[in-house]
Design a protein around this ligand. Structure first.
Ligand code: ADP
Length: 403
């Protein structure tokens, strides 16, 4: 029998998240996380789902990604799910930046590794860690296909009118400055799942996807293809996020340099780590912000209002880009769980056919579901994202094709 398991690795700068899936029924066999790699206080948490065993935790220094993946391999082996198993078909890797070249998931070879490396200047925080994960996994199983699934791929269908900034073309091209977009795996998965929820094919529907996690992005998807998205050259552009500012006048940066005496690195840190919800009110967890709003906290109220105002602007913009909208889909931590955000983002948009049913919106649920009233012209849905399943599916389809 041909192998049916896929190991999904999401290798960050100081963490590795992993899931082992069986692609016959999409079941999870094991999931886990190694965090604080390179520190004394590293921790591995492993949940075996296949054998029904107890969760396991290991504490103590994990020096680097080599040691982290060794530890993951050991934990999987304890459950009889070893990385050396003939049942493993491939390893699927999340890679943040694939530039313009990687429009599809790609089997990794030396040339692919070199190209991911060449993209480090546009993704300095992410691509090096993703590369390390691939290299270490390749070392563990050199015979196995390693597949890179890029956060940017889904957005490579954006027309030039959406992908280009209006700056000098020669300068932009020389430095590869353009809008790439991120969270593509989630936008792809959620737009397709929304079509399924509507009982239609992805080719037949136009969807606005709102991925609202700690990072947040919106996309306009026409007939299954992305035509615009809110993140740009980096994940900083667009919506207000947990710690990122999203859109600001670029001149804010020169102002902070010239008048505020700040360096480029300090402003980078300010806009990426100390802005957004946390910069506005000191909290970046929407649950805590809502608690404070309910208690009458003015700063939390203003942070919530700024967040929702930006979201509403993007919904309107993408409505205009698409012309006809079949559904608006909310996903990720905030999108899936925060009824007040969903309600406020669509409030007052009835004339666009957008309405939220109060009862459906606040009813608990884990599955993809509608929250618009039956008579609404545009469906509004909550659609849980599953990036690991999407990476595994794309990996397995690609490897299957090669066999
Ligand atoms: P990441 O971008 O880290 O993958 P997630 O998609 O897991 O993030 O989203 C994390 C965020 O989701 C948290 O910071 C919090 O603001 C929000 N969140 C999680 N659960 C809830 C909830 N029950 N209600 C409101 N917001 C929530």
């Amino acid at each position: 029998m041909s192998p049916t398991r896929v190991l999904v690795l999401n290798s960050g700068s100081s963490s590795v998240k992993y899931q082992l899936l069986d692609m016959r029924d999409h079941s999870r066999l094991a999931v886990g996380l190694v965090e604080r790699i390179g520190e004394e206080t590293s921790r591995l948490r492993h949940r075996p789902l296949w054998a029904g065993g107890e969760d396991r935790e290991r504490e103590g220094a994990v020096a680097d990604h080599d040691a982290a993946l060794e530890a993951v391999a050991e934990e999987l082996a304890k459950d009889g799910l070893g990385i050396d198993s003939p049942e493993l078909a491939a390893i699927g890797h999340r890679v943040v930046h694939g530039g313009r070249r990687f429009t599809e998931p790609t089997v990794v070879d030396d040339a692919v590794l070199a190209e991911i490396e060449r993209l480090i200047p546009v993704a300095p925080l992410h691509n090096p860690a993703n590369l390390t994960g691939i290299r270490v996994a390749r070392g563990l199983r050199p015979d196995l296909p390693q597949v890179a699934v890029f956060d940017t791929s889904f957005h490579t269908t954006m027309p030039e009118s959406a992908a280009r900034y209006a700056i000098d073309t020669e300068t932009a091209d020389r430095h590869r400055v353009r809008r790439y977009g991120f969270h593509g795996t989630s936008h792809a998965y959620v737009s397709r799942a929304t079509a399924r929820l509507l009982g239609k094919e992805p080719e037949d529907v136009n969807v606005i996807v709102l991925h609202l996690g700690n990072g947040a992005s919106a996309s306009a998807v026409r007939g299954g293809r992305c035509v615009d998205t809110s993140m740009g050259l980096t994940p900083l552009e667009g919506l207000v996020m947990g710690t990122r500012s999203g859109d600001v006048d670029p001149a804010v940066i020169f102002h902070l340099m010239r008048v505020g005496g700040m360096s480029a690195d300090e402003i980078d840190e300010l806009l990426n780590k100390k802005s957004g919800l946390i910069g506005l009110c000191g909290d970046n967890d929407m649950r805590e912000i809502r608690r404070r709003v309910e208690a009458g906290d003015e700063r939390a109220r203003l942070a919530f209002d700024i967040y929702v105002h930006r979201l509403k602007k993007y919904i309107g913009a993408y409505y205009a880009v698409l012309g006809r909208v079949d559904a608006v889909a909310f996903t990720a931590g905030v999108g899936e769980n925060s009824a007040p955000v969903r309600e406020a983002a669509l409030a007052g948009l009835e004339s666009l056919g957008l309405e939220v049913d109060g009862g459906l919106n606040t009813a608990p649920g884990d599955a993809a579901r509608f929250i618009s009233p039956a008579h609404a012209r545009v469906a509004v849905a909550v659609v849980p994202t599953d990036e690991e399943l999407e990476i595994a599916t794309q990996t397995y389809e690609l490897v299957g094709k090669d066999v």
